[in-house]
Write a protein that binds this ligand. Structure first.
Ligand SMILES: [Zn+2]
Ligand SMILES: [Zn+2]
Length: 559
């Protein structure tokens, strides 16, 4: 079967996720109809320890990049990194117009400033809520929803084959600190128009308890701040501008000023001011200025709530931050929840802080965090408003997506399908038809380059981290082919200063030298042949020695 996308017809809408299904992050959803495609969101995901040295993963856009002339636009629902984090990296391969609301557009422009593009950068069209955008055979309308970032949106996508509601990330917070509530009237009206397909956020589909409101969190923060004896630091997602406002108000109530620690927070506050979400009068100190304020008069907001090693929180916990030092009885508030996969890194930070004598407050001890995603009863409400003919859960691991699907079944919706990344589906009035499966792969940002996530360098790094690396140098006479020297090191396996290990290294060098000498003279003078033979000898040596398979590098020097 060809590895090309089929040409979308008019007898249904094609749906193809290349990220965001079965794992959190890297949301990238293609819709196809009548000869053209549109893309909804283009986000990044966090890499885990399976890819050592890699922090960020991107979707692989090759399928659509190969026919980018058919891609009519990228519609961005909101500015969370799992929805926009891959755009600046991948846009050069897509080169389509981008649509986003003012805050999201402001952030995107800053991201694009860090990249240079041959032939010019993208055109970003700033969209207004509820004003339909017509592109080719598509009409897309942004419908505001409450979420943990300014300007969350669902998309209403109209085609000749039927209407789609793509919820984006949303919740039913009755008292959001910032922005609109999710409007029952707006979604009921979409339901009245007829919804062929619902694509929905599954993050909290399993959660059966009633969530707090963002305003409850503000009350919770006021309580925590009132009890803290010394310096307070709060870590959270930089993009949660409503939370920044809540922290600021709670800090003022406690007679404290607020300092921002971490570049992404400063960028967020700038973008929020530009798009009118933060008052010009709301003041924030820089980390350096905050250091001059008395401990009992300051609240610091710090980046890095997910344990990212280079972010402020991790550096503070290691005592390595140039402007922020925490002492016993200072308070660190985790106004955030771990994204699955980041728990170990976050626990390491908590342990380091506890060792310093810092008091830790999380959402277990106080009302200091609420999720921006719909719980089960919220999703149920949304399905009642929309009454869709077909349901496809996205934005979750398999468990959350299946739970979302079960809920849709409970609500008597007949056509429900849990997709995988790369699965092409056709949806029309008759329901959902699987068309075929493409292989969906990811790319990694590795030292500022985009490479396939299964790139040999990353695989080798992983292998080295488990099995060590062996370096062997063979020096031979280029005239006679006689061996002059064989030297080996085994990083991560053998310590040459230890007499026992040193003996093993000598045995390894002997085995390699023996192998070399067993070669015919013309093979000995051919570098490739030597490398192949010596590498095989070293591998056999370590297999016999301890059944390990290190990365083996052989260097040949003919002198
Ligand atoms: Zn998301
Ligand atoms: Zn989000």
């Amino acid at each position: 079967m060809s590895d090309r996308l089929p040409n979308p017809g008019r007898d249904g809408v094609l749906f193809l996720p290349l990220g965001g299904c079965g794992q959190f992050g890297a949301n990238f959803t293609l819709y196809g109809y009548d000869g053209s495609w549109i893309l909804v969101d283009c986000g990044m995901a966090f890499a885990d320890e399976r890819l050592p040295g890699v922090d960020i993963l991107l979707p692989n856009p090759t399928l659509i990049a190969d026919q980018k002339e058919k891609l009519k636009g990228l519609f961005v629902t909101h500015a969370h990194e799992d929805h926009i984090g891959a755009i600046a990296w991948l846009w050069p391969r897509l080169r389509c117009p981008i649509y986003a609301t003012p805050f999201t557009a402001a952030l995107l422009r800053r991201k694009f400033e860090e990249h240079t593009f041959k032939g010019g950068g993208p055109v970003i069209t700033v969209v207004e809520d509820e004003k339909p955008i017509k592109v080719d055979h598509w009409t897309v309308t942004y419908i505001p929803v409450a979420h943990s970032i300014p300007e969350g949106n669902a998309l209403h996508i109209e085609t000749g084959a039927g209407n789609i509601v793509h919820t984006g990330d949303w919740c039913l917070d009755p008292n959001p600190v910032l922005g609109d509530k999710t409007s029952p009237e707006a979604f009921r009206a979409l339901g009245d128009k007829g919804v062929m397909l619902y694509i929905g956020d599954s993050t909290n589909a399993e959660v059966r308890s009633q969530p707090l409101s963002e305003l409850d969190v503000e009350t919770g923060l006021v309580e925590v701040f009132s009890k803290a004896p010394r310096k307070i630091a709060v870590t959270m997602f930089a993009s949660n501008v409503g939370r920044i406002i809540s922290i600021h108000r709670a800090a003022r109530a406690a007679g404290r000023q607020v300092g921002l620690v971490g570049r992404s927070l400063i960028t967020m506050v700038e973008c929020a001011r530009e798009s009118g979400h933060i008052d010009q009068g709301m003041r924030f100190l820089s980390a350096d200025d905050a250091a001059d304020v008395a401990d009992s008069k300051i609240v610091l907001i710090v980046t890095g709530s997910q344990g990212e090693t280079r972010a402020a929180l991790s550096r503070i916990a290691r005592g390595m931050h140039p402007a922020v030092k925490l002492k016993p009885d200072d308070t660190m508030v985790f106004s955030s929840r771990a994204i699955p996969g980041n728990e170990t890194a976050i626990n390491e930070i908590k342990n380091a802080l506890l060792e310093m004598g810092v008091r830790i407050v999380t959402d277990r001890e106080a009302r200091v965090h609420v999720s921006g995603h719909p719980v089960r009863s919220d999703i149920s409400q949304m399905l009642d408003w929309l009454r869709p003919n077909s349901v496809i859960p996205v934005h979750g691991e398999r468990v959350q997506m299946e739970s979302h699907a079960d809920l849709a079944h409970e609500k008597q919706i007949k056509n429900v399908h849990v997709p995988s990344n790369g699965e092409l589906l056709k949806i029309n009035a008759d329901g959902i038809t699987p068309v075929r499966k493409f292989t969906a792969t990811f790319q990694a940002i590795d030292f500022d380059r985009v490479v396939p996530a299964d790139n040999i360098t990353i695989l080798e790094r992983r292998k080295m981290s488990f099995n060590g690396a062996v370096f062997i140098t063979i020096v031979a006479d280029r005239e006679t082919g006689e061996i002059l020297d064989a030297q080996a090191t085994a990083t991560g396996l053998l310590n040459e200063k230890d007499p026992n290990d040193a003996r093993v290294l000598t045995e390894l060098e002997d085995a390699c030298a023996d192998k070399f000498e067993m070669l015919k003279k013309h093979d000995r003078l051919n570098e490739d042949n030597v490398i192949e033979a010596v590498r095989a000898a070293a591998k056999r040596f370590f297999r016999d020695f301890r059944d390990i398979k290190p990365v083996v590098n052989v260097h040949v020097s003919l002198v």
